[in-house]
Design a protein around this ligand. Sequence first.
Ligand SMILES: O=C(O)CCC(=O)C(=O)O
Ligand SMILES: [Fe+2]
Length: 385
Amino acid sequence: MSVDGSLERRKQPPPAPSTGNGNGVVPPNLGHYSANRLRLNPNKDHKPDSYEDLQLEFSPFLFSSLEQYLPPSMLRVSRDIKLQYMKHILLRYSPEGERLRVQRHREYRQKIIANYKPLHKELFTMHAENFFVPSFLKAIKDDKEGGFRSIMFQPSPGVYTFEMLQPNFCEMLLSEVESFERWVHHTKYRIMRPNTMNKYGAVLDDFGLETMLNKLMLDFIRPISEVFFPEVGGATLDSHHGFVVEYGTDRDVELGFHVDDSEVTLNVCLGKQFSGGELFFRGVRCDKHVNTETQSEEMLDYSHVPGRAVLHRGRHRHGARATTSGRRVNLLMWCRSAVFRELRKYQKDCSSWCGECQREKKERQRQAVAATKMELLKRDGKPTA
Ligand SMILES: O=C(O)CCC(=O)C(=O)O
Ligand SMILES: [Fe+2]
């Protein structure tokens, strides 16, 4: 496998992270709200309504996040009117085929949730004190850059690692996944794998963990990403794809070189006993430069440690080496920002995060300085009239 040259495979976009079940294919008639717009900067003081009790064709969390972008006059109207207003905007962006796929996925999820009986109910709501190690909890509570830095290690630019999950939580999640897989096997229910590159593993959002994981992203990952990854939408993460991957000689063995369909990826090893399975990183790249060379300072090999998290940009090129014995299971959260994705359509300059764009920009600046120097030298050298 070549890790220095081109990316072997790109991860395909997985199923939309959260969806609804409505029938609203045609945009609703909104009368005088039809020219719906959003404001550019969020109103961070606004406390959004919850939409979780409704059957919607988009994630209820998306509506709550979008509320901060509503024009001021819309913040005072009823939840129903806000909902219609936002739906109208979202429908403009979501093609019909995509909506049908999303609706089918929602139905698939609902069927599982209605029939699968969780083994550890306590995993399905956020109990931070039981899930996270004290150092991580304290850093989040303090909510200061210095606090985050004190628990984080940055072995290479843009890759952060820190102690995160309690051993007991890891064990419970492992046994919940095993229980879900046994249930799938017995009921012959179709299981959707996390993405196109894995034959094993499971999507946690599909069997009831979506709400808990969303809280994990909003309350724990977003505050950190806001500090370390602001230029890729770290402050506006608003949806996720949460799954586990399973490696071993009788499972997936390794993972090819790829980028994730995420702005920020959280990857935490849950266990168990294994050897091999190191992550390798090869620098952050935009679409245009995804296959460009790796610089020596961009190379990093990282060995997973159970309970320890790795946080990196989705566009940080990486892969996982063969797990040569035992079994390795990792929790992955691909965290996304709809705002960042929308802005990306208009922004051509990726030099704040793409290593190659940065190098090109520096080179242009170097050449401009050199040309100016030459010009000045020429002028100075000219005999005065
Ligand atoms: O196996 C790992 O730790 C890496 C997993 C990964 O990169 C992914 O699933 O996107
Ligand atoms: Fe990945």
